[in-house]
Design a protein around this ligand. Structure first.
Ligand SMILES: Nc1ncnc2c1ncn2[C@@H]1O[C@H](COP(=O)(O)OP(=O)(O)O)[C@@H](O)[C@H]1O
Ligand SMILES: [Mg+2]
Length: 267
């Protein structure tokens, strides 16, 4: 049965637990930014979060990454409580934040250099080149960030995230500054990498089509205090294709989620 599911490209095969969040909340003084978050992510799953500005999405991601503590509740990653930054996590943000004085390849190698030193980074040059190749940037190894377009910089940032082969990807609106065409290509790229590496991904996005395209589950958040109001299972086969985005099934998911978000935003 499992084999069939794999052949069909479906990823709803229950994998081992990666993340377990229990009753996570976060307050800033008297202000409750997040409340009652329960979340289970299994290996190889792709989940997205969508919700209004300020509903606590980035706060949640930082707590999952170990960059900020929750006020209450627990975060378990691979069976261990998250107490600080984690090696097995790769992160990506809205801005590519490449270092302007380093070439594309040296930006990609930075996490290895920080973790294991310069010599180790040199030993990964071929890996970094292969990643650039994978995202269509062959020949840009020695380009500086100012010579790259926004989309190219973001693709370089993807390579930098992937160079350490993270099992878990935490993504905070990584493609929101891109034009629609680049964004579609980045989504295809991200799906390909996640499928190839069986990575577990958690994406914050403002784009409903992007969430539907990439996800097994879309979590809808509402604000004040920030919480999950609904989890929508996206039952579309994988790998997803751009053509699928024009099907009635895809459109129905988008419409459903849009309506739920509108209801949440109403006073
Ligand atoms: N360090 C902080 N101190 C005080 N308030 C904060 C802090 N970080 C976030 N907030 C508040 O918490 C709420 C959630 O913020 P955030 O997680 O960034 O939301 P989102 O990413 O969904 O837009 C917002 O109202 C924000 O102003
Ligand atoms: Mg945010």
């Amino acid at each position: 049965m499992m084999q069939q599911a794999v052949e069909a490209g479906v990823r709803h095969v229950p994998g081992r637990p990666i993340y377990q969040l229990r009753n996570v909340s976060r307050s800033y003084g008297a202000f409750r930014a997040l409340t009652g978050i329960n979340l289970d992510l299994t290996e190889g799953s792709f989940s997205s979060v969508i919700g209004p500005s300020g509903c606590g999405k980035t706060t949640l991601l930082k707590i999952m990454a170990g960059l900020a503590p929750p006020s209450t509740g627990s975060v378990i990653l691979n069976g261990r409580p998250v107490m600080g930054p984690q090696r097995q996590i790769g992160m990506m943000f809205q801005q590519a934040t490449l270092l302007p004085w380093r070439t594309a390849i040296d930006n990609i190698l930075l996490p290895i250099e920080i973790r294991d030193g310069r010599q180790a980074a040199r030993a990964h040059r071929d890996d970094a080149g292969a990643l650039l190749d994978l995202v269509g940037l062959k020949g840009f190894e020695n380009a500086y960030p100012r010579q790259l377009s926004g989309g190219m910089a973001q693709r370089t940032a993807i390579c930098r995230m992937l160079i350490t082969r993270p099992e878990v990807l935490l993504l905070d609106e990584p493609f929101s500054a891109l034009d629609e065409l680049s964004r579609d290509n980045m989504n295809l790229e991200l799906q390909r990498v996640c499928l190839a590496r069986n990575a577990t991904a958690f994406l914050i996005t403002h784009s409903i089509p992007e969430a539907v395209f990439l996800s097994d589950t879309v979590y809808i958040m509402s604000a004040r205090p920030g919480r999950f109001s609904e989890a929508v299972t996206i039952d579309l086969p994988r790998p997803r294709t751009l053509e699928m985005m024009t099907t009635p099934e895809f459109g129905a998911y988008v419409t459903y989620i849009r309506n739920r978000l509108d209801e949440g935003a109403a006073p």
